[in-house]
Design a protein around this ligand. Structure first.
Ligand code: 5AD
Length: 415
């Protein structure tokens, strides 16, 4: 009691742990109601009812790492390896702009070659250039040939399919931001040398997602064979932040050997590293991976469905706790949540999340980007994913904040 409405609360690790334990035991309906109610209030205060779309383009599944949980790790058998042609990635980004999605997240396995770096530089430059041009052309048409020189800075241009147009209150254009022209480019391509991060920033990328996966260095070491190291991953997060990227990070919930205390540490870690965006999802088994073998050995008796439901609940509790402690950050309702419960992403949006990532990867590549079993939308097209998410948002009284970039205030205030 006594909390100001929608105030953030600086919970320490033990307090976070206390909440997670209660959620894990279940049965404390009062606490859960208060937790999710407060998370929703803090979300509404910072984000309104608007949800930001980030179009996910899984452009290559080639990976030099061997993370023990991942379905596209280097040593995973029977994965057909692909890299989308540059032009095809750019086309997807243009499609996104036409459909009111002003952010694309380019994701792939990790590869440190000069060739890959140049590929990414080309793609990022081309996406920025071509989508800015498209945007300017469209605005000129909208200005109606009256010789107007004013570039309208309204948010109302990107509603090709009739999506409510920023009507939720969240779609305000931040006056401190650069002109939000074209499609913003985010990258999720792993631990790269510092110079690669710099070159990609120069090419025009502005956000970077790299999950810490777990804030516990020992657990990290158990899941990531050398040369990967927890310390180096943290150095990458800090380097990205220093260069000026908006930093996204996150963890998996329910990794073999992970404890509630580890998860409580994750929340504190996000705060300490000043993350701008958080994405968390339950660990999901995938045949042929070492983590799935250890999971099965660790929990031989467990009812897998019931267990996954608990992990889902814990993940939403983590989202809520991050929202309550960090306040104005972007939190993603991740695809993995939908893999466990068909309406999982909607539930996450009611418990602190404010971002969803429609998968825009062309259908023919999707089955080869199977990070875990039961990944949804494998046979869908981008059009279907976009429409499906629009309906899912509507089902919980939300709408996409179409036409804006949606930078988290945590970032805007620092520049
Ligand atoms: N279950 C859930 N999430 C996974 N990821 C990779 N493999 C799995 C899995 N088996 C997540 C990792 C990675 C992100 C791209 O996908 O957290 O950072």
């Amino acid at each position: 009691g006594g909390l100001a409405p929608a105030a953030t609360v600086d919970l320490d690790r033990d307090q976070v742990l206390g909440v997670l334990e209660a959620v894990w035991r279940r049965g404390d309906a009062t606490l859960e109601k208060a937790l999710y109610g407060h998370a929703a209030a803090v979300t509404a205060k910072h984000c309104g009812g608007g949800v930001y779309y980030r179009g996910l383009v899984e452009f290559s599944n080639i990976c030099q790492n061997d993370c023990s949980y991942c379905g596209i790790r280097n040593n995973q058998k029977d994965v057909y390896r692909y890299t989308m042609p540059e032009e095809e990635v750019v086309e997807v980004a243009k499609w996104a702009l036409e459909n009111g999605i002003r952010n694309v997240m380019l994701q792939s396995g990790e590869l440190h070659t000069e060739k890959r770096l140049e590929y990414l530089e080309h793609v990022v430059r081309a996406i920025r250039k071509e989508t800015v041009e498209l945007d300017l052309a469209r605005r000129a048409v909208a200005a109606g040939g009256e010789g107007s020189f004013a570039t309208p800075r309204t948010n109302g241009t990107a509603t090709a399919n009739g999506t409510p147009n920023g009507s939720t209150g969240a779609a305000t254009t931040n006056p401190e931001a650069e002109d939000e022209l074209g499609v913003a480019v985010s990258l999720s391509v792993g631990e790269l040398p510092y110079e690669h991060y710099e070159r990609l920033f120069k090419a025009g990328a502005r956000r970077y997602l790299i999950r810490i996966e777990t804030s516990n260095p020992d657990l990290y070491a158990a899941l990531h064979p050398p040369p990967l190291s927890w310390q180096h991953r943290v150095e990458c997060l800090r380097a990205l932040k220093r260069i000026g990227y908006m930093l996204g990070t996150g963890v998996m919930v329910g990794l073999p050997g992970q404890t509630l205390r580890d998860l409580a540490g994750d929340v504190v870690f996000f705060k300490e590293e000043r993350a701008d965006m958080i994405g968390m999802g339950p660990f999901i088994t995938q045949d042929g991976t070492p983590a799935t073998r250890s999971w099965t050995e660790l929990y031989p008796q467990v009812d897998k469905n019931a267990h996954m439901k608990s992990m889902f609940e814990l993940t939403t509790a983590m989202n809520a706790l991050v929202r309550i402690t960090l306040g104005n950050v972007n939190i993603s309702a991740t695809t993995a949540m939908q893999a466990i419960i068909p309406t999982g992403r909607e539930i996450a949006l009611e418990r602190g999340a404010n971002v969803v990532m429609p998968i825009l990867t062309p259908t023919k590549y999707r089955e080869d980007y199977q990070l875990y079993e039961g990944k949804p939308c494998i046979t869908d097209t981008a059009v279907q994913c976009r429409r499906c998410l629009d309906m899912r948002l509507a089902s919980v009284g939300k709408a996409s904040a179409a036409g804006v970039w949606g930078d988290p205030a945590s970032y805007l205030h620092q520049i």
